[in-house]
Every structure is written in structure tokens, then in C-alpha cells.
Design a protein around this ligand. Structure first.
Ligand SMILES: Nc1ncnc2c1ncn2[C@@H]1O[C@H](COP(=O)(O)OP(=O)(O)OP(=O)(O)O)[C@@H](O)[C@H]1O
Length: 575
């Protein structure tokens, strides 16, 4: 947690004033009981009205000053803790943006969301409280003890007897409650995970009539969290009444012994009244300090979770400087590449070697799970190869900065992803400064122009969250347009034509041919009709290259390819 607190540095002026205000407020709180005792002993007992008015007015001024300091401290502590929370959230966010897919898999999206929101809020709240309590509690406690000793040293023995009892009670309760706070954070993670899966998978859940099942799953996670939270609150709730009981007993003892001391002439009434107030201030300082003991470990658990995110070093890093790419900028070469997913025993790809040249279309075909998407994901370095190398224009992709590497690539992922905004915003995602004409042109090539222009607002029509207001095929075409507008050296189409009908698929590939004459095109597909015109077809089987060649060659040489072809095309089509 201390590590995170360093982020308070920009707010040191605010923090200084918070501490100063709390200090002044504590002074006023400590001074008031003494004034009260003066009013009683010198004003009320002796019937000196002007004295009562004078000291009473002074007390009001002190109380007002203390109140203003308290407001100032609350305002400034909220401001600095709020700023700290904002800075920390953006730091976590920008760090997570550097993660490779491996780190995302490791922590999990739901947990990353909880850590960026709930965990940071926990730390922020504790910080706000800590700034006040860390000055107030010791001042009130030690100041209260000094004042109590000053008022009546003998009677202070009552306080000395009570404090260890209070400390014991606090320790007993807090040590039972704190571990449960840590458990609560993981249960919040779980609830977020279920909620997220439910909200994103709502269509599937409804269509498979799994609403009741999912509701039960949510209820389980919810009840689990509630039970832990009730348990922890039950433990913590016993703190206050127990403390109050002890406090009231302490007051009783003080009044009893104080009464005896007044009778024997060792103490005055006003001093006893002030003494009781100091005793309460001491005990409340202890209660506040104990609250901190509860909140700090809880916030430390959150801080540890945040630090885990911040300390996670992305697997994929940039070299100090990007190497220059040779003339054949788009040329991709796989040199004996093998790849294991982290933690997986079996290789997803083994000994892959091939070359894809600019101006050519290289297609990759193979059964599901044969490693096609994995192969594509290695090119923009979503993952790094386990052995071998991938070069672009003769340079190992690991020797290029990720920015440089990805600026050469137009990727159309298997699952089309659109963002909230307009259609043109979504296409412009591929090239920020694209003109309207470039956007229109990309849409024409991607076979999206017709359906876009039929929409009410054309290119300014809105795209809903997750692109739910366009069809699967339309989504694919918009994400193809997004890649096209970039005019990259390399196009990676990862099964991007699967949601298109045969006619649109053919028209799109025809239009693409004119657009990508100088680019290297890699097309992953399941359909033979999508790949049969390619200059080179790579047949993947179980993570290995089973054959490479043109459609004609492969029909002769590759049984795997022939099987795929015969399962999809008629005899006449093959001929
Ligand atoms: N993130 C991951 N972690 C671990 N294993 C993975 C991961 N992604 C894929 N795999 C495994 O790697 C293998 C290849 O998967 P890949 O997605 O590349 O296949 P694919 O040929 O693209 O399949 P499809 O045509 O069904 O999309 C599969 O066995 C899969 O289970």
C-alpha cells in the first residue's frame, strides 16, 4: 500500500493542509472541556454571570473554528484522495493496455475490472480517512491523557485501567474480521465474472432457456458474497456496542470515584465534567484507530491486487529501437516456428515454415482447432513464438516496435468487433485522418456501401454497444472496411468472410484483388471456394503444415486437402 501512496506526491500541498486543519481541530476539541470546567467552577458555582458570557462566547468561537477546520479537512482530503484515485485508475488502465493476451488470460477480464474500480475505491476511501485519523487519533489520545492527568492524576488511574481492556477487545474483534475482508474481494470478482458472462451472453442464455440456471448461478455468487459480508459486518458491528459498554462503565467509574474525590475536597465539579469528556475523547481516539486497523488491511488486500496488475511485466516488449524494414515491406516469412500457449502441454503450432510475398494471396485452410488463428495472431505479436522466428521484410518481428509492426498490418479478426459511435467512426478507427472519400471507398470494396447508404443516416448511423444493431455479415464487412482504409502492407483476414453469402464473398474477393495488388494477403478460411484462387494454399493439420501449393497442385498431392474439397464441392466444381 505504501508503494501506491507515493502517488499522493502531486497532492502534498493539499495533504499538508488536511493535516494542519485536523491538528487545529484536535487542539480545539482538547481545549473545549477545559473551558467548560472553568465555566462551571468559576462561573456557575460562584454565580459570576459576566464570566459565563465571556468564556461561553469564547467557547463558541473555538467550536466554530474547530468546525471550520473540520469542514476544510474533509473537503481537502476528499479532493486529494479523489485525485489520487483518478491518477491510479488511469495508471492501471494504461499499464493494462500494454499487456499481451497472455497477461489478460492470466488475471481475467472480470478481475481486471474489479481491480480498476472497486479495489481502487477501497484504497481511496481509506486514504481519505487515514489522512484525518492518523493525526487526530494520537493527538486526542495522548492530548486527552495529558489533560486528564493535569485535571486529576489519581482519577486517571481509571483510564489507565480501561485502556488495555479496550485494546484487547479491539484486537479480538479486528483479528477475526480482517481476513474475511480479503475473502470478500475475491467474491466480488466472482460476482462480476458471472454478471459479465450473463450480460454478454444474454442471447445465447435466452435461446437455450438457461435463464433460470444462470439466475441460480448469479444467486449463488450473490448469496455467497452477501453471507461473507453479513458475517464480517456481524463481527465488526459488535465492536461499537462493546466499546460503548466499556465506555459507559468507565464513565460510571469516573463519576463514582470523582464524586468521592469531590467530597474529600480534592477535585471540583467542573474538573470532573472535563475529565469525563477527556476520557471519552481518549476512548474515541482508540475506536477511530481501531477502525483504521480494520480498514487498512482491507485496503492493503486491494492495494496488493492493484500492485499485482501494475507489477505484471508484459511478456511482449518493444526493442530499444525499431529496425528498418527492407524494400519488400510486406514479405512475411515463418522460419521453423513452433508455439505453445502458456501452460499448454501440446504445441498449437509445430515447425511452421513458409513465405508470403507482396502481391500474392496466401490462404490457410484446415479443420477447427488446427492452429489457423494462432498462426495469424503470431504475426502482430499478440503472442511471441516459442521457437523459430517470423520476419517481415527480412526483420524479425521482435526487432520492430509494436507500433511500427502493427502500423503495417490490417487485421480483420475472426470475431468482428465494433465500437460505439457512428459507422464512419468505426471505419476511421483504421486510419484516424481518413477522408470521407477514403471511408466511402473502403466501404465500397468491403461490399458495405449498399447497406450503409440504405440506413437513415448513412455513414453517420450509430453503432450500438458491441455492434448489436447490425447483422453478423454487416459487422464483418465493416471490420474489413476498417482494415482496408488503412492501406496496410499486410492484410490478415482471419476467417473474415464466414458470415457472408457466397455471392458477396466472391464479389468482395474480386474487389479486394484490385485493392491489394502490392500488399501481402493472408486469408484464413474454412470454405474451399474462398481459398481456391489463392497463389498459395497452406493446409494446416493439428498445428503442422500438411501441404503447401496451389488448388490444382494440392488436389493431386494432398489427401487432407482433397478430403476438405470433396466434403464441400461437387464433382463438377472440382473438375
Ligand atoms: N488462449 C488460448 N490458450 C490455450 N490454448 C488455446 C488458446 N487459444 C487456442 N488454443 C488452442 O490452440 C489450438 C489452435 O487453436 P486456433 O484457435 O488457432 O484454431 P483454429 O484453426 O483457428 O480453429 P477455428 O477454425 O475453430 O477457429 C486449439 O487446440 C485451441 O484449443
Amino acid at each position: 500500500m505504501l508503494k501506491l501512496l507515493r502517488m499522493l506526491r502531486p497532492y502534498w500541498v493539499l495533504v499538508f493542509f488536511v493535516l494542519l486543519f485536523v491538528f487545529l481541530q484536535s487542539l480545539s476539541d482538547l481545549y473545549l472541556p477545559t473551558l467548560l470546567s472553568d465555566i462551571v467552577d468559576k462561573g456557575v458555582v460562584q454565580g459570576d454571570n459576566p464570566y459565563i458570557w465571556k468564556i461561553g462566547g469564547f467557547m463558541l468561537l473555538i467550536a466554530l473554528g474547530g468546525g471550520l477546520c473540520s469542514i476544510g479537512a474533509s473537503f481537502l482530503s476528499a479532493k486529494s484522495a479523489g485525485g489520487f484515485g483518478r491518477d491510479l485508475r488511469s495508471r492501471v488502465f494504461s499499464h493494462v493496455e500494454k499487456y499481451s493476451l497472455h497477461e489478460f488470460d492470466q488475471i481475467g477480464t472480470a478481475s481486471l475490472i474489479t481491480r480498476t474500480t472497486n479495489d481502487i475505491t477501497q484504497v481511496q476511501q481509506v486514504l481519505m480517512m487515514m489522512m484525518r485519523v492518523m493525526v487526530m487519533a494520537p493527538m486526542m489520545c495522548f492530548g486527552g491523557i495529558i489533560m486528564a492527568l493535569y485535571k486529576d492524576a489519581t482519577l486517571s488511574l481509571v483510564i489507565i485501567a480501561i485502556v488495555p481492556i479496550l485494546a484487547l477487545i479491539i484486537f479480538a474483534i479486528v483479528s477475526r474480521g480482517v481476513p474475511l475482508f480479503k475473502v470478500m474481494q475475491t467474491k466480488i470478482d466472482k460476482l462480476n465474472l458471472v454478471l459479465r458472462e450473463n450480460l454478454t451472453g444474454i442471447r445465447v442464455i435466452r435461446s437455450f432457456n438457461r435463464t433460470t440456471h444462470e439466475q441460480a448461478r448469479f444467486n449463488d455468487a450473490n448469496t455467497d458474497l452477501t453471507n461473507t459480508s453479513i458475517k464480517v459486518n456481524r463481527i465488526m458491528a459488535s465492536l461499537m456496542p462493546t466499546m460503548m459498554l466499556v465506555l459507559n462503565f468507565a464513565s460510571l467509574a469516573i463519576v463514582w470515584f470523582g464524586g468521592l474525590r469531590i467530597n474529600s475536597g480534592h477535585m471540583e465539579v467542573g474538573d470532573l465534567m472535563a475529565f469525563i469528556q477527556y476520557a471519552w475523547q481518549i476512548m474515541f481516539a482508540l475506536i477511530f484507530a481501531s477502525m483504521m486497523f480494520v480498514m487498512i488491511p482491507r485496503a492493503s488486500a486491494s492495494a496488493a491486487r492493484i500492485n499485482e496488475v501494475l507489477n505484471m511485466v508484459p511478456d511482449i516488449n518493444d526493442p530499444a529501437a525499431s529496425k528498418a524494414v527492407s524494400a519488400a515491406r510486406g514479405q512475411i516469412a515463418f522460419n521453423n516456428v513452433s508455439f505453445h500457449y502458456p501452460g499448454a502441454e501440446i504445441a498449437a503450432l509445430s515447425n511452421i515454415s513458409f513465405q508470403a510475398n507482396p502481391g500474392e494471396v496466401t490462404a490457410i485452410i484446415g479443420g477447427t482447432g488446427s492452429g489457423k488463428s494462432t498462426l495469424i495472431n503470431l504475426i502482430p505479436r499478440f503472442y511471441d513464438v516459442t521457437s523459430g522466428s517470423i520476419t517481415i521484410g527480412g526483420v524479425d518481428v521482435r526487432e520492430l516496435t509494436q507500433d511500427r509492426l502493427r502500423s503495417m498490418i490490417g487485421l480483420v479478426p475472426q470475431k468482428a468487433v465494433l465500437f460505439t459511435g457512428t459507422i464512419s467512426d468505426n471505419i476511421r478507427f483504421g486510419k484516424e485522418d481518413a477522408s470521407d472519400e477514403e471511408i466511402r471507398h473502403a466501404a465500397v470494396i468491403a461490399q458495405a456501401y449498399d447497406f450503409v447508404s440504405e440506413m437513415n443516416d448513412g455513414f453517420n448511423s450509430p453503432i450500438a454497444q458491441g455492434g448489436t444493431n447490425v447483422s453478423g455479415g454487416q459487422k464483418q464487412r465493416l471490420s474489413i472496411a476498417r482494415a482496408l482504409v488503412r492501406k496496410p502492407d499486410i492484410y490478415l483476414f482471419d476467417d473474415s468472410f464466414s458470415a457472408l453469402d457466397f455471392k458477396t464473398d466472391a464479389k468482395l474477393r474480386e474487389a479486394l484483388r484490385g485493392e491489394t495488388t502490392n500488399a501481402t494477403v493472408l486469408i484464413v478460411a474454412q470454405r474451399v471456394s474462398t481459398v481456391m484462387d489463392a497463389d498459395r494454399i497452406i493446409v494446416l493439420d493439428d498445428g503442422q503444415i500438411s501441404a503447401i501449393g496451389t488448388h490444382k497442385d494440392l488436389l493431386q498431392t494432398s489427401t487432407v486437402y482433397r478430403e476438405i474439397v470433396t466434403s464441400q464441392l461437387s464433382e463438377e466444381e472440382i473438375a
